[in-house]
Design a protein around this ligand. Sequence first.
Ligand code: NAI
Length: 695
Amino acid sequence: MADQQVFVEHGFDGDVHVLRIANPPVNTLRTEVRAGLLAGLQRATREGARAIVLIGTGRGFSAGAEMTEFGKPRKPPSLNEVFEAIEQSKVPVVAAIQGNALGGGLELALACHARVAGKGAVLGLPEVKRGFVPGAGGTQRLPRLIGMEALRLIVSGDPVGPEEAQRLGFVDAVLSGELEHAAMAWARAHSGDRFVLARNRTDRIKDYNAAAFDEAAKKLTARSRGQESPKGCVAAVRAAFTLPFEEGLNVEREQFTTLVQGEQSQALRHIFFGEREAQRVPDLPADAESLPVHKLVVIGGGTMGGGIAMSAANFGLPVTIVETTEEALQKGLARCEANWQRTVKSGRLSEADYAKRRALLSGTTDFEKAVGEADLVIEAVFENMAVKKEVFARLDKAARPGIVLASNTSTLSIDEIASATKRPELVIGMHFFSPANVMRLLENVRGAKTSAAAIATATEVGKRIGKLPVLVGNCDGFVGNRMTGKRGPQLEKLLLEGCLPQDIDRVMEGYGMAMGPLATGDLAGLDIGAAVRKARGTVAPIADAVVAAGRLGQKTSKGWYDYDAERRRSPSKEVEAIILDVAEKMQVRRRKIEDQEILERLLLPMVNEGARILEEGVAYRPIDIDVIFANGFGWPAFRGGPMFWADRMGLRTVRDKLAHYAATTGDANMQPAALIETLAASGGSFATMKGAAKG
Ligand code: NAI
């Protein structure tokens, strides 16, 4: 019989005991760990320990609660029972933090008498990002240790490093060298100290000022739109400043319990797990290895090429931009520099780090030489098939055999691009989103011949440069753009039938979108959509008239909106006149359109196209689509993505509404997809549909 797994190892060096959390890979605090800690504390006390060190095995301290245990009856002991045992200990319990101490992991550390951290530790309470509040005393102990700064940490959910944690006051020492050894020495040296537990500290909360607190809370929650968890965090942290510890814990618990059961938290966890799930490609051999990449070459230093190169340099990957002329090259490099300088000015990048990044970026017009030295090439030249094929034929000759050639095309066929080379198995799409140095999403596009090694390489490099790669199939627009493209006809119809641009954007931004679709159009440039319509031979009377009036978006200071010098938008009288004029000419009687109808008419065509994408196997799973939207299209993660939204509505209702709008608006995009018909007929959902559409 196999040995039973030990979740908490017990060790000692003389009378300093150590409890090592051993629940790989990230040491979540599952039931067995909680029980193990309790037993370990009891044993150390029994055996006369002078100090007790808590540490994690492997790379981290603890990533927190076991989220799969959420929503199920909790088995004892609870975290709070463990914390009480720590707090009642007569000898100091010292948390030794290496790697991640997140969520419940950090809360465990906060309950200890002292905390020491190794270099590179990451300490944070990210619960707000999963839609709830820290639920094991974090909102009560952290403010007692560091005062008002706790509000910022808890509402943002952003982690800090050990030095900052020490500066703020919740880490007592940053130790170098092997942490367990160093922490035990520290605990021994400090075993006689009088530690005041976080719960008993009052010095950092006694100067509470309600007005200052409200002001800070307002600033911190300003960007969270309709999201509930930041507000819950504010309420819980306020309780730390205004109520006794135990009562504060009750406020925290109420917030936690309500929020964790809510739809927003379910949506956020859906995206959180989805981002991991999306990394698993069902038919990829487990041993598919990525090719070594030490040097990236980007062809084209325009909007996208520059952003891609910056991402590489930001994450330590040497990169060379290849341009056609010295002038274009200098312009491209200057744009990268200006972008970085803006970050330096805002205080988010130090001069030293800027210098490091800049040194990793170089440029040349010598195509053959640069490509000959590349381990991976990403092409970002003009969106034109003839140009792309010419570039790929040249790449194939100049690049070492065996290296991957990727294209950042946003619409063109990867197979056709690959056909210009003798290595189609090493050609793949790496579709970044603008601004490429900021947006996290990376749609990796698999062609018919793309090999497992090419996929593994694009995935690995994508992750390495801070992106979230999602593998998709080859089709016009891939997943994200193909789906958003399908709402175009409804946008036009809504404007025609009764909406103004500001009505539509208000509804979509009210739903939580970072930016409404018309404001987004203005940002990208309305000439782009016009060119696509022209190429496809379609018309959009209102959009076409807006472009014809010279309103191309922000770049001309007018598009769907008027823009002032600060690029602030305001409703446009001219656009309203254009809309009314077109409606009159087309003899459409305008009416008031309810917000819900606006929302449905813009989201349902996307969901429907998502279903078709699943039928075709262009996306492997519904969750992949949701992850794409939450990371590349400003879709609020707390809404869970389009497919999650549809599931909440219920696919029978979705089918009925699609059929209704297809009939009333004559939009073929709204004809319910076969997959929706099938799932609706069987009472199924996207979440429960079996497996991937494509093997
Ligand atoms: P851009 O026009 O800003 O940049 C293209 C650059 O490529 C220019 O600087 C040009 O001088 C250079 N170039 C052209 N031929 C070249 C060659 N043979 N060798 C080296 N350099 C060459 O275009 P942008 O917006 O950066 O788009 C590039 C690609 O990225 C296109 O395929 C586009 O569809 C795709 N894309 C664009 C997005 C966007 O929002 N702009 C988003 C995602 C993908």
